[in-house]
Design a binder for this molecule. Structure first.
Ligand SMILES: NCCC[C@H](NC(=O)CCC(=O)O)C(=O)O
Ligand SMILES: NC(=O)OP(=O)(O)O
Length: 311
């Protein structure tokens, strides 16, 4: 692996899952990070990604610097721009400088949700890849969250009781408009992994980009989708078609105990952070089929598998 931005960068997902399992069993078992440096650059908030990636780097023997880029110099991404506005340095210099300070560069940069073409070009992440001379890891870009998705594969692999579980990715209400990244990436990885039957349930107008969720796996009937499901993966996302739009007219999309009875005693999954009693009821989140804390734990092992491969 030379970078980690999408499922395309992981030619063998089961090998990564097995590597993550090995680190979970023996966190300090390999130290490919000794005398190496990992830099984490965050343009947006984080709890899990920040802590688990730092922990992963340290357990591999690496040193790690985390930088809150939202409080730093404004970075320019447009080529040929006359920089007489608010941006103080160009990504060409920023990426070039940081590459001299580290062996792996990890970046989080959410979408604008204003300009679909710009967001779906993944310009920020791609610019760091273009101008960095070290491997780049996505900590959630404008379109994807691959470390979360690898974690989700690991968590499903650990908990499935049938070879090919039914997995439902369901839209859920939220008071703010959120990125499509987690959901795009989850669908991308489930399909690339090829070991689950994936259905995506969302209200009309909220279909994900067809490249991630083709029409034949999408339904607008959440209750029908839940029938016989082994895993329910909940997430809000804003609209792709009417880009960035959301609704406060949520309808009956929150996940609660009654809906979970439609499933095959399914596990409940969410990447966190989650809005209680908006996305999911307390009863489901605190219930014994909720995997949200196990998922957050698995973030460390997934990050360790990826960083070990790149270091
Ligand atoms: N990294 C995991 C999710 C990050 C982000 N969630 C959020 O912004 C939630 C914020 C809130 O609940 O206000 C998202 O949906 O992509
Ligand atoms: N799941 C996840 O990425 O959480 P953070 O946004 O807190 O890093």
């Amino acid at each position: 692996m030379t970078q980690f931005l999408s499922a395309n960068d992981a030619p063998d997902i089961n090998a990564l899952i097995n590597s993550a399992k090995a680190f979970k069993a023996d966190p300090f078992g390999q130290q490919p990070g000794r005398q190496k440096m990992v830099i984490n650059l965050f343009f947006n908030s984080s709890l899990r990604t920040r802590m688990s990636t730092e922990k992963a780097a340290r357990q591999l023997g690496a040193d790690v610097i985390t930088y809150d880029a939202s409080g730093g110099w404004g970075i320019e991404f447009a080529d040929g721009s006359v920089m007489n506005g608010n941006t103080a340095e160009h990504v060409r210099e920023a990426a070039g400088v940081l590459s001299q300070y580290c062996d792996v560069l990890c970046v989080r940069s959410f979408p604008s949700l204003e300009d679909r073409a710009a967001d779906y070009e993944d310009r920020v992440m791609k610019s760091f890849v273009k101008y960095a001379t070290v491997p780049v890891v996505s900590l959630e870009s404008a379109t994807r969250h691959p470390l979360q998705s690898l974690t989700d594969c690991l968590t499903i692999a650990e908990h499935r009781t049938v070879a090919r579980p039914k997995v439902v990715l369901t839209w859920a209400p939220h008071p703010r408009r959120l990125p499509q990244c987690v959901s795009n990436s989850f669908a991308e990885w489930m399909r690339a992994w090829g070991e689950v039957d994936l259905i995506v349930a969302n209200p009309p107008g909220f279909n994900l980009a067809p490249a991630f969720a083709p029409k034949n796996i999408v339904t607008h009937d959440q209750r029908a989708a839940f029938a016989g499901a082994d895993f329910i993966y909940a997430k809000n996302w804003s609209a792709y078609d009417e880009y960035g739009a959301t609704t406060t007219n949520f309808g009956d999309w929150m996940i609660d105990e009654e809906k979970m009875t439609l499933t095959n005693n399914a596990y409940f999954m969410h990447c966190l952070p989650v809005r209680r009693n908006v996305v999911v009821s307390d009863g489901v989140l605190d219930g014994d089929r909720s995997l949200v804390l196990q998922q957050a734990n698995n973030r460390t092992w997934a990050a360790q598998a990826v960083l070990a491969s790149l270091l």
